[in-house]
Design a protein. Sequence first.
Length: 54
Amino acid sequence: LLKNGRLFVWSDARGEAVVKLKQAVAGASLLHKPVPGAPLIIETDAWEVGIGAV
């Protein structure tokens, strides 16, 4: 998506996948709310066939 000339096509299937991903992340039992004033580090990674975050 960051390269010129690269075509990105959004589809209903991709939209449904994003909704399912958001629901899975929001429903994860290990998630905690950030503590105000405490350091917060968010790390992400993306590749042609996958994406990850910690």
